[in-house]
Design a protein around this ligand. Structure first.
Ligand SMILES: [Zn+2]
Length: 73
């Protein structure tokens, strides 16, 4: 029955591969125009692309979470 587990593993690999290799829309999801390299907005219709905010992790929300801890009272 080892072939069953091997087949299942291959099946999982295929699913993951299809998931990652599936054609993702590179352009604007609204008007379909290709995205200009680093432009955060669609140059045609103004669609806002998903921007990777790397600075978002250490934002100014640290003090807020500290003051609202339920066990701090
Ligand atoms: Zn667009």
């Amino acid at each position: 029955m080892i072939y069953a587990s091997i087949a299942f593993a291959i099946f999982l690999l295929v699913v993951v591969a299809v998931k990652y290799l599936a054609p993702t829309p590179k352009g604007c999801p609204q008007c379909g125009q290709g995205r200009v390299d680093d432009h955060p907005l669609c140059t045609n219709c103004g669609w806002i692309f998903d921007v990777d905010d790397e600075d978002d992790d250490d934002g100014p929300h640290e003090s807020e979470s500290e003051s609202e801890l339920p066990w701090s009272t």
